[in-house]
Design a binder for this molecule. Structure first.
Ligand SMILES: C[S@@+](CC[C@H](N)C(=O)[O-])C[C@H]1O[C@@H](n2cnc3c(N)ncnc32)[C@H](O)[C@@H]1O
Length: 356
């Protein structure tokens, strides 16, 4: 084999991989359909069903259900029993595909992917002419997708592990302090954290009006409207100084047009003895460390959403793949003197603690 003769085995291996990815891309779209049409939820009780029974339960066309269930069984998303031609969600599949309130649930990922697919034509225009696709163009699906992807994690980890890992702040919030969250989305983090610290007051800030309205509705439904307020404002424009005991910025700094100005604003609005918690998804600082399936997911979602929404505002387009060294450099550039990684293990987030 010389340099100019392609290795047919390597080409065949790549063809197989692309074929698998092709099937995965189509499966994601069909899983989205199953999520939105309530098919996974109709299987949530684990009862085995034939495709006619499932069609009857969901009131959907049997022919489509038959083809869909075959796709899902071939994907490992459903179990199939050939003896009676039934499909079922086993307990683990139900956690990932049907039950919204646990950290393994991935329905939001299908919704996120399809919201991105829908904007592909505009994204390609941005490849050609620069700029980006605005956050609002992704529509309500993206707000809901992000909420569904992350809420169970925030409900499980933030007040239980992340804040208690900073004991002085935890103590202050138990007694009664003030907490801000920038890029709060639909309130998926701040609302459960507010429930855990009933003596403290909470202020959520986000640029997206639809997210803020959704957050306000949820806070009111939870009976928290007095103690948890939301405002539509760009984080870099917050005008307080030395006010908050804690500022949270989870999974959002990378989406922002001016992430460095936002970090500087966070530093300005915390008290001199306050703290900021900033999370990004786990990533290494070097591209070569991120050439993994997880890295692929992050670079792809960054290109299709996080980076482009920042560029659409004439922003930096930081991208969502951020290692600890880059985060440390950005924190120091913003004037923080202390930067450390929170000593908690998390499957999704790396969490940084910043102090004046
Ligand atoms: C990926 S979402 C994360 C939402 C939430 N923190 C979570 O982790 O589920 C990023 C959020 O940042 C918001 N955002 C973007 N730029 C902003 C800015 N300059 N100021 C405040 N919020 C901003 C977006 O509207 C969006 O709700």
């Amino acid at each position: 084999m010389n340099e100019i003769t392609p290795d047919r085995k390597k080409a065949a291996a790549l063809t197989r991989q692309v074929g698998i990815d092709f099937g995965a891309a189509l499966t994601v779209a069909l899983a989205y359909a199953g999520d939105r049409l309530g098919i996974f939820k109709a299987l949530a009780d684990g009862a085995p069903m034939t495709s006619p029974q499932l069609a009857q339960r969901t009131r959907l066309s049997e022919r489509y259900i038959r083809e869909w269930t075959a796709t899902m069984a071939a994907s490992g998303y459903l179990d199939y029993n050939p003896t009676d031609a039934t499909f079922r969600l086993n307990r683990e599949q139900a956690m990932v595909l049907a039950n919204e309130d646990n950290t393994f649930f991935m329905g939001g990922a299908f919704q996120y992917a399809v919201a991105c697919y829908r904007q592909l034509a505009k994204l390609m225009e941005s490849f050609e002419h620069g700029g980006g696709v605005p956050f609002t163009d992704f529509g309500g699906d993206i707000v809901e997708a992000i909420e569904r992807l992350f809420h169970a994690g925030y409900e499980t980890w933030v007040a239980q592990e992340w804040i208690p890992a900073v004991p002085d702040i935890h103590e202050r919030l138990l007694v009664g302090g003030e907490v801000a969250e920038v890029g709060c989305g639909a309130g998926q983090c701040i609302i459960p954290v507010a429930m855990a610290y009933p003596s403290s007051r909470f202020f959520g800030y986000d640029l997206d009006q639809a997210s803020i309205e959704r957050a306000r509705r949820k806070a009111a439904q939870a009976g928290l409207a007095e103690r948890v307020t939301f405002e539509r404002i760009a984080a870099e424009q917050l005008s307080f100084a030395g006010r908050f005991d804690l500022v949270m910025a989870f999974n959002c700094i990378h989406d922002m047009a001016q992430p460095r100005r936002v970090l500087a604003a966070i530093r300005r609005i915390i008290k001199p003895d306050g703290a900021a918690l900033w999370s990004e998804a786990h990533a290494g600082d070097r591209l070569e460390d991120n050439l993994t399936p997880q890295g692929r997911t992050m670079y792809a979602s960054s290109t299709m959403h996080c980076m482009t929404v920042s560029l659409a505002q004439g922003g930096e387009g930081l991208g969502s793949v951020i290692g600890a060294d880059q985060a440390r450099a950005m924190a120091h550039e913003a004037g923080f003197t202390r930067f450390e990684q929170l000593p908690v293990k998390n499957p999704v987030h790396q969490i940084f603690l910043l102090r004046q």
